[in-house]
Design a protein. Structure first.
Lengths: 502, 62
């Protein structure tokens, strides 16, 4: 087959990654197109396109260039796809967009015109994110940095600068925060209440805050700190400041701290600080064994357990009996579980629960004690995949925004005759896909009669734009079994495979 | 200690959040739907798209 690669480079033209994803999909769907990409020409994106054979020979692009790259079966097909992409880019803006509010060209101009601005939400490509955060801190703004691919050196220096100025630096790679009801990045519409959250884990914070909100209590604020804040290099700078902030907040009675297991030195200083707090704490270091806690704190190894402790031992999903549900299913005689997760912490919680149930587990985002996929043979083990991990999201949006990241793996799992259960999560809320249940239901509709059982949980609230119960209904109509929490979905998966082997 | 004497990060939780959004435009609608003031920056990579130069300029306060 004759393969033709054509590029169009727009100098100094920026579009955000979600807009680029939509256009990429349009172009990739054109007749005769093998592969297509619309990307900003940052060094990391240029490497991705070069490796995929999408760049013309000798192509020199810069970070502020928009690159349209098409690989097609013929020159005519490539040219037509490229022309359509250019037409879409040049399409006049809709009336609504044209009437949109004033748009300054810099943080400085925004703050000058609106001095009441007190927080910068930064989600530009990682290579430029630290520079924008520094500009925001220099102007006295707190920062939530959603962007990832920021160096540890930059993270440390930004957090040190923020601390010296008395400002909060949330992130990099901070997926969620809710400050005074303001949903920052991926966040859910939560009932306001008196439980605060300090989260080094985005989907962990979302699961705990939604379980608490749906149980009838509420969240005062959720402060995201970024996934590396409790590493030795960063020393928990933002976590310690968040604990200070909650100590001073009269609206918060109890605080949940959620993180992957911290470096021991950092854990020590954070737990010492918690011991001096006037508030009570629930500590969830997911994947850690029991830790030495001060008297005002309790430990949970799971997200559901942490939500239950914060709620004063309220049992979440008390009516759900995993063994009873499993016993009503036909026995397949197969034994494997495959978890395909959009949420990294939900994948970690699944590892904790499956390992505790005696399952042999492997994961691309392995917690301590779990086999790392790809390092050693993982045959015969349950595979729990974090599809938000860098290897799946390099150069494309997170599966919470673009659920098609999961499609290929899900289609393969549905045909895998070694599997008894496929375990899935659905994350709702602001920033997330508008109808992830519909997307999953369409993929699942093609499955055969002896496909593995589909077990899911939905992270979200009834007030979320997608509506929790409406999403659950769609999944159930498509034949999924939906558990009240991720932990209970994992327990059901274990019960099903145990039942199948009996 | 009065609220005014506390460092800014301790006051943040008691204040109304007003946001400048730099990057994904979808976040603007979410904030407006929750009645949060937000200004979206019409952002382009600075320093001609050279990340190292952009970082240097930000450090210099440019």
């Amino acid at each position: 087959m004759n393969v033709v690669v054509l590029n169009e480079v727009r100098k100094g033209f920026y579009l955000d990654s979600v807009a680029l994803m939509r256009l990429s999909r349009e172009v990739a769907g054109s007749p005769g197109v093998i592969e297509a990409a619309l990307m900003m020409g940052t060094p990391s994106n240029a490497a991705i396109m070069r490796n995929a054979g999408l760049l013309e020979e000798g192509s020199a692009i810069k970070g502020n260039d928009l690159v349209i790259a098409v690989k097609a079966e013929s020159e005519a097909a490539a040219r037509e796809a490229l022309d359509n992409a250019i037409k879409s880019l040049d399409k006049p803006k809709t009336q609504g967009e044209a009437q949109a509010a004033w748009r300054p060209h810099s943080i400085a101009a925004a703050v000058k015109a609106r001095p009441e601005i007190n927080l910068a939400l930064i989600s530009v490509p990682g290579e430029f994110a630290a520079a924008e955060a520094r500009k925001a801190l220099n102007r006295g703004l707190h920062v939530l940095m959603f962007s990832d691919n920021v160096s540890l050196e930059d993270e440390l220096s930004l957090k040190q600068q923020a601390r010296a100025a008395g400002l909060l630096m949330m992130g990099p790679d901070c997926g969620t925060a809710v400050i005074g009801g303001a949903p920052l990045a991926f966040a859910n519409k939560l009932t306001r209440g008196r439980i605060g959250i300090v989260g080094a884990s985005g989907t962990g914070t979302q699961e705990i805050s939604c379980l608490i909100s749906e149980a009838g209590a509420g969240i005062s604020h959720a402060i995201g700190v970024g996934g590396r804040d409790l590493k030795k290099d960063i020393g928990g700078i933002t976590t310690l400041m968040a604990i200070d902030a909650f100590d001073a907040d009269p609206e918060t009675d109890h605080v949940v701290l959620i993180s992957k297991p911290p470096h021991p030195d950092v854990a020590k200083s954070v737990l010492e600080r918690i011991g001096r707090s006037r508030k009570s704490y629930t500590v969830c270091f997911i994947g850690a064994s029991e830790v030495q806690l001060p008297p005002n704190a309790r430990f949970s190894p799971t997200l559901k357990g942490a939500a239950e402790l914060a709620l004063g031992h309220h049992q979440i999903g008390a009516d759900f009996d995993a063994n009873a549900v499993a016993s009503r299913l036909p026995r397949s005689g197969r034994g494997g579980i495959e978890g395909l997760f959009a949420g990294g912490t939900l994948c970690a919680e699944a590892q904790v629960i499956l390992a505790a149930a005696g399952r042999k587990v492997a994961s691309n985002a392995a917690i301590p004690g779990v086999l790392k996929l790809g390092v050693e043979p993982s045959g015969g083990r349950d595979r729990l995949i974090d599809l938000g991990d860098d290897e799946y999201t390099r150069g494309r949006p997170h599966p919470m925004i673009d659920p098609s990241v999961r499609d290929e793996a899900l289609r393969a799992a549905l045909k895998n005759r070694d599997l008894s259960v496929i375990l899935l999560d659905l994350v709702l809320g602001y920033g997330a896909h508008a109808d992830p249940a519909e997307h999953l239901a369409k993929i699942a509709a093609d499955r055969g009669p002896d496909a593995p059982v589909l077990v899911a949980s939905v992270v979200g609230t009834e007030q979320d734009p997608q509506g929790r119960s409406a999403q659950i209904r769609k999944l159930e109509q498509a034949g999924f079994i939906v558990a009240p929490s991720n932990a209970q979905a994992c327990e059901l998966a274990v019960a099903i495979v145990q039942n199948a082997g009996r | 200690m009065t609220d005014q004497d506390r460092p800014q990060y301790q006051q943040l939780l008691a204040r109304k959040v007003e946001v400048v959004n730099v990057g994904l435009e979808g976040f603007v609608k979410d904030l407006r739907d929750c009645d949060i003031g937000v200004v979206h920056v019409d952002w382009k990579p600075s320093a001609g798209g050279d990340p190292q130069m952009a970082a240097l300029l930000a450090k210099l306060g440019v």
